[in-house]
Design a protein around this ligand. Structure first.
Ligand SMILES: [Zn+2]
Length: 244
């Protein structure tokens, strides 16, 4: 295949653009800003999960508190009733002993219920403090999430702009290139490597392998418009020099 030196130079620019485009793709997939954003999302989600668990635990404690309070109330009512009967005086000795015994039992029960209530209220206070802390944390994480998202979007916008510039230039170059040359280039690229590379001294710019003397002699003897391939990787081997 033949291609004018000007065509070869455009092809080299195309290969450089494609190398830059794959760097841009790699960069966009490994953005530290994206990692920061994902970490902020995960931290925020975890804090909200902890908050939800705390709210459930607090609801449970509130139910326990209400239950103890109503039990204490019932015991107190019973004590009041017993005391009124004692104060009324219209009871016999057996009833007096029974009532005094019941009052002692009720007082022990009340004291035990009050101890339990105190324990639950202390536990509630502790969880309430943790909930307050969690809310502060979530506030901070929301700011971080917002900042991280903005930084990620900014980074992606820069990448998009860079990609767009190169894709536009790529379209221009491809439109000006010989269709057979482009299709040879694309076929070679489809194999996974670079489609074309500059001959740099004795090395192929696409695969970086040194070309042996015999091949180099053949390359040196070839006409400028001869389309050469790297004997190692098959890339189109371009002999154009910068400003040439
Ligand atoms: Zn090569």
């Amino acid at each position: 295949m033949k291609a004018e030196v000007i065509q070869q130079r455009s092809l080299l620019e195309l290969a450089d653009l494609d190398a830059e485009l794959s760097q841009i793709e790699h960069k966009s997939r490994h953005l530290p800003e994206q990692q920061r954003f994902e970490k902020a999302q995960a931290d925020h989600r975890e804090a909200n999960d902890r908050l939800a668990a705390l709210r459930l635990a607090l609801d449970d404690l509130d139910a326990q508190i209400a239950k103890f309070e109503s039990e204490i109330e019932a015991v107190r009512d019973r004590e009041d009733r017993d005391r009124k009967m004692l104060d009324g005086g219209a009871i016999n000795a057996k009833q007096l002993t029974d009532l005094q015994h019941e009052l002692e039992t009720l007082q022990r029960r009340q004291s035990s219920l009050e101890d339990s209530l105190l324990e639950v209220m202390e536990r509630r206070e502790e969880l309430q403090a943790r909930q307050d802390n969690e809310l502060v944390t979530i506030d901070e994480l929301e700011s971080e999430l917002y900042e991280a998202q903005r930084a990620r979007d900014d980074a992606l916008a820069v990448i998009d702009q860079n990609r767009h510039q190169r894709v536009s230039r790529r379209d221009e170059l491809t439109a000006g290139l010989d269709a057979d040359l482009v299709s040879l280039y694309e076929r070679q690229r489809a194999n996974g490597g670079a489609g074309a590379g500059r001959l740099q001294g004795r090395r192929c710019g696409a695969c970086r392998i040194e070309i042996d003397r015999g091949e180099l002699a053949r390359i040196a003897a070839a006409a400028d418009d001869e389309v050469l391939r790297c004997p190692e990787c098959g890339a189109i081997l371009l002999r154009v020099k910068d400003g040439n």
